[in-house]
Design a protein around this ligand. Structure first.
Ligand code: GLA
Length: 714
């Protein structure tokens, strides 16, 4: 709901309020974002500020004022939301409100980029038109508010209304001003095979805190999701703000307190290596930043994003559907396979109850290793004499679906594509391009390159019965031809994703980027699941999945059971530990199942049956994280159905400690007045006991011992 009350505008969500106010001088000030308040009396807020922003001409200053989209240099010297180099060569700008437009029952879209949609929900959009007549530049600020959520989605459009070119140096999507108080910043760092390390730092006065990445992709190194929390905030309590950017390129989230102790937070495209020229009449649209507020700690924030992204971001027809249990051949065979070997794996997988066979890297060109053929999406007949079509038919004849790996944004120097179009690789003319994993990125800023990618992938999908695509991307960007290029690339990537996913709406797409290098809401808009990490070790995955779930729904996290010892870190774990950890995800296997013993085959059958039983919980359940692997020896999470009748609990004692007792686990979200049976052990528990006294699990006396419960109300 959007209420316009004189100069004050009040956006009301499920249980949040977002309030802005136009000063007498036309500036758009920020008043409040937090727990919902009634549309009654705003005098307390307005009274706090001089409406004239100082009492005399000499004293005018924006410096102490919280603002919606501040500029730098016109009395406010803090971090700006945008910087335009105008026709006079300076960046001074003063935007004043010209008009408010309320788009009722509509979620205004960001042009050319993925964003939230309204769907079945009730959403309104506020558009504030701001203008600076000294430089003839206009900024339109958009705010979407949903009746069902505690979120405000923001983006901005900057328009050059002048008769000269202007240049953007930065354009954040959202600017958030928080009152004086103690805050922590929570952010997610990482590396290849070590994604999503949850970090928490105290925001101290005067220092600038920035969670950013400038590798052309959202990146292993920093996820475009940040939380700003009160110092006492925990998983289950305390006031927390979430900022999640629907974007797959260079991003930045900055937080800095000013001299008065107020906190300014901004999220959007990384200003580093960014510049954008706007010719007269041209505009620039920022990606969408989704702000969330919860007074129920990190868990409250997560559950909001999960619901929102499942229902109002992810467009795939597969978003809410049960996903087939898959087997992927990558860790089973790597590049060393032929049709016969693959069919053996598929046959054995079918016997275990697996439903989808995915052929990973190595099926095209002459790709016997990672140093050739990217770009040549033609089956290698030495390995696959019947092509992809023939292999898919044979897999289908076994009663399984068939899926295929692509890395369409790339070209290997040793490929027919590169030999024909060396200029299609991103490069600067004066230098030899830099390869990473023996490959170049294709220049997606060019239409003909995007067309090639769309055609090459579509061709394969048209000729063979491919029902699942793993869309990989295995290097970051270098050799950028000009500042701002990375954004052009991302727009090209979205154009491709849009074309292919709409042409093949029944295909289940999985995103991947050397594991979780591009795990972001932009990708999720097109592909309902993403491979979270090339590290498939269960214990490493506990941390990765735990922190990925802070923003992203568990149904979007691809999880596989792989071989032991693990290929990435050599850790030895039981088949049970590996599956227990993978249940809260899309679930599949990635090993040579022809080596499985009969007992292991039985165990796998049971695992698949269990995963199917809890499928709705993975898709629709509310997630509660109960013990953090970042903080101690235990990792516990729980999924509860909306009606509280069904729940799944996973817990792991990571390292075994002699002479110790496991702590009780206090479950959440159940009905305290009901009884629950654990379908796996047959034990019956009282809801209030499970939630208030807690459950003491007896873990096996070994490292990495996991236990699971499937609770059903009786
Ligand atoms: C990346 C992916 C892996 C696998 C390989 C294939 O590393 O993350 O899952 O597909 O590429 O080369």
């Amino acid at each position: 709901m959007i209420i316009r009350n004189g100069k004050t505008t009040h956006l009301i969500g499920k249980s949040v309020s977002y309030i802005m106010h136009e000063s007498e001088t036309g500036e758009l000030l920020h008043f409040y974002f937090g727990r919902r308040i009634a549309d009654r009396d705003y005098s307390l807020m307005t009274g706090e500020w001089h409406e004239t922003l100082g009492s005399g001409a000499n004293e005018f200053s924006l410096e102490p004022y919280p603002q919606e989209y501040p500029a730098y240099g016109y009395t406010d010297m803090r971090s700006p939301a945008y910087q335009i180099v105008n026709r006079y060569g300076n960046t001074i700008s003063r935007m004043r409100v010209k008009e408010y437009i309320v788009h009722k029952n509509s979620a205004v879209q960001t042009e050319g980029m993925p964003c939230l949609f309204k769907g079945e929900n009730n959403a309104d959009t506020l558009e504030v038109v701001m203008y600076d007549d000294a430089i003839d530049m206009e900024i339109r600020l958009y705010y979407i508010v949903f009746e069902e959520y505690d979120i405000i989605a923001r983006h901005a459009v900057i328009l050059n209304r002048s008769t000269d070119a202007a240049k953007l140096y930065s354009a954040y999507s959202a600017n958030l001003e928080l009152p004086m108080g103690g805050y922590d910043m929570i952010y997610f760092t990482g590396a290849w095979a070590r994604e999503m390390n949850m970090q928490r730092t105290r925001i101290e006065p005067g220092m600038r805190y920035e969670a950013e990445n400038a590798r052309g992709i959202s990146g292993h190194h920093m996820n475009p999701f940040v939380m700003i929390a009160s110092r006492d905030a925990t998983e289950a309590s305390g006031e927390v703000y979430g900022l999640s950017l629907i974007y797959s390129g260079n991003h930045s989230t900055v937080a800095k307190t000013d001299q008065l102790g107020q906190l300014r937070v901004q999220q959007g495209i990384n200003p580093m290596q960014f510049a954008w020229t706007m010719m007269p009449g041209e505009s620039f649209t920022t990606p969408q930043s989704v702000l969330c507020f919860s007074s129920d700690g990190f868990g409250g924030i997560s559950r909001e994003y999960h619901k929102l992204y499942r229902n109002n971001l992810m467009r795939s027809r597969w978003t809410h559907r049960e996903r087939p249990i898959l087997i992927n051949n990558w860790e089973g065979t790597y590049f060393d396979f032929n049709e016969e070997k693959l069919l053996k794996i598929a046959k054995r997988a079918k016997e275990a109850g697996i439903e989808l066979f995915v052929l990973d890297d190595g099926w095209f060109g002459r790709r016997d290793g990672d140093n050739s053929s990217l770009g040549d999406w033609v089956p290698d007949e030495r390995k696959l004499p019947n092509g992809i079509k023939g292999l898919a038919e044979k897999i289908n004849a076994l009663g399984m679906k068939f899926g295929l790996w692509f890395e369409p944004e790339m070209v290997s120097p040793d490929s027919d594509l590169y030999r024909a179009h060396p200029d299609w690789a991103i490069h600067v003319p004066q230098r030899r391009g830099v390869t990473a994993r023996w490959q170049y990125l294709l220049d997606l800023s060019r239409d003909e390159v995007c067309e090639y990618v769309i055609e090459a992938v579509s061709d394969v999908l048209r000729t063979a019965n491919v029902e699942y695509v793993k869309w990989d991307m295995n290097r970051g960007m270098s050799d950028m031809p000009y500042p701002g290029y990375a954004h052009e690339y991302v727009l090209g990537y979205y154009r491709i994703m849009d074309a292919i996913t709409s042409a093949f709406p029944e295909v289940l797409f999985e995103g991947c980027c050397s594991g979780g290098g591009r795990f972001d809401p932009g990708v999720l808009a097109y592909m309902p699941q993403i491979w979270a990490s090339d590290n498939s070790d269960a214990v490493a995955r506990m941390k990765i999945q735990y922190s990925t779930s802070m923003c992203y729904p568990v149904s979007a996290i691809s999880t596989h059971v792989t071989a032991s010892p693990n290929h990435q870190n050599g850790r030895i774990t039981t088949l049970k530990t590996r599956a227990d950890t993978a249940y809260a995800g899309t679930f599949g296997y990635e090993l040579d199942i022809t080596h499985a013993t009969d007992e292991e085959m039985d165990e796998i059958r049971k695992q698949i049956a269990l995963r199917k039983q809890i499928d709705r919980l993975v898709h629709e359940g509310e997630l509660h994280r109960l013990a953090s692997p970042f903080e101690g020896e235990y990792c516990t999470w729980e999924l509860v159905s909306q009606d509280k009748k069904h729940a799944f609990v996973f817990t792991c004692k990571i390292l075994s400690v002699a002479s110790s007792r496991a702590p009780r686990i206090k479950l959440m979200g159940l009905d305290p007045d009901k009884r629950y049976i654990d379908k796996l052990s047959g034990r019956v528990y009282e809801g209030d006991l499970l939630m208030r006294r807690g459950l003491r699990v007896s873990y096996a006396q070994e490292d990495f011992a996991t236990e699971i419960l499937e609770l059903e109300q009786v």
